[in-house]
Design a protein around this ligand. Structure first.
Ligand code: AMP
Ligand code: TRP
Length: 325
């Protein structure tokens, strides 16, 4: 079976952007792939984060992955720091990555700008991400649009390594969803919905209760000309709602637009649709919260399986580079 790998940082709550842009794909892929999904706690250390908060969020992220519908009977769920090959392979890859290519990463430029002391880890973050992926001979990496550049780098590093040291890594492909790859903030539709931006009304949490979802959708920013058409450039707020409705209904955004004349009707249907979309997530979350030990057990089993694969790949890379066995 082809292999899928993806990761999520445990640094905040899961929102609708994560769910639509990433987790829905993760769930779909677990059926017909050998799927490994990772809570990337080491990545969370690249920014200021309280230790107790990180510990709690790492556990919650694992719980949420189960809540969104990942089934530990068919896929592997684990925590990055439980598998020591991630930082080990990162070092090997850092020794073939260049400063120039890392400096070009737009996420680094965005997050690093304005900080007086930029952490080295923030700079080398994409190499750690490449290690995550390459350790598992990954074929496919489902990610949102914002991670494409990092994935390109992982491909480049794999190819360069294979060229220099002999065939060692599989070269992964990105899988980004068509519609819903960039869910925008409901209050600021020019920027993506994000856990690192404080926008309580603009962000729908996957665990929001139905009343909150309805309130946020109702208050979503649109525009004043009240013309119902899908035009992301000129009408970003409306386009975002149409895309979300497209995800909910399985239709295209243009087709959705042609079914409405009033924004209010679209918002009402969208609120109902999102409440239903997220209902099973809320319900599974409630059940799992009552049995934390089962989540720990999933993580123990997951780490053991991940380690088995990762240690073999690491050994191959180390040998290829000339490290004494
Ligand atoms: P993050 O929240 O940045 O750790 O991202 C976890 C996953 O969700 C990654 O695959 C992202 O590409 C995806 N993602 C994050 N925000 C959005 C968004 N607003 N729209 C679509 N996908 C997103
Ligand atoms: N950088 C990704 C993000 O911010 C998270 C991530 C880390 C990841 N390692 C990964 C995603 C490997 C896919 C594959 O969303």
């Amino acid at each position: 079976m082809p292999r899928v790998f993806s990761g999520v940082k445990p640094s905040g709550d899961f929102h609708l952007g994560n769910y639509i842009g990433a987790f829905r794909q993760w769930v779909a892929h677990q059926e017909d792939h050998d799927a490994l999904y990772c809570v990337v706690d080491l990545h969370a250390l690249t920014e200021e984060i309280d230790p107790e908060y990180l510990r709690r969020k790492t556990f919650e992220a694992a719980l949420n992955l189960l809540a969104v519908g990942l089934d530990p009977a068919v896929c592997t769920i684990f925590v990055q720091s439980h598998v020591p090959e991630h930082p080990r392979l990162t070092w090997l890859l850092e020794c073939s990555a260049s400063m120039g290519e890392l400096r070009r990463m737009t996420q680094f430029k965005a997050k690093g700008s304005g900080q007086e002391a930029v952490r080295v880890g923030l700079f080398t973050y994409p190499v750690l991400m490449a290690a995550d992926i390459l350790l598992y001979d990954t074929d496919l990496v489902p990610v949102g649009e914002d991670q494409r550049q990092h994935l390109e780098l992982a491909r480049e590093l794999a190819q360069r390594f294979n060229h220099r040291y002999g065939a060692t890594f599989s070269v992964p492909q990105a899988a980004t969803p068509g519609v819903g790859a960039r869910v925008m903030d409901l209050q600021h539709p020019e920027r993506k919905m994000s856990k690192s931006v404080d926008s309580p009304l603009g962000t729908v949490d996957v665990l929001d209760d139905p009343a909150d979802i309805a309130r946020k959708v109702k208050k979503a920013v649109t525009d004043t000309d009240a013309q119902m058409r899908y035009d992301p450039g000129a009408k970003p707020g409306l386009a975002n709602l149409l895309e979300l409705m497209a995800v909910v209904t399985g239709k295209g955004p243009d087709e959705v637009a042609s079914g409405y004349t009033r924004y209010g009707d679209l918002k009402a249907d969208l609120a109902d649709g999102l409440v239903e979309l997220l209902r099973p997530v809320r319900e599974r979350h409630r059940t799992l919260s009552a049995e934390p030990e089962s989540v720990h057990e999933v993580l123990r089993t997951g780490a053991a399986r991940a380690h088995e694969i990762a240690s073999a790949t690491y050994a191959r890379a180390a040998r290829a580079m000339g490290l004494l066995a």
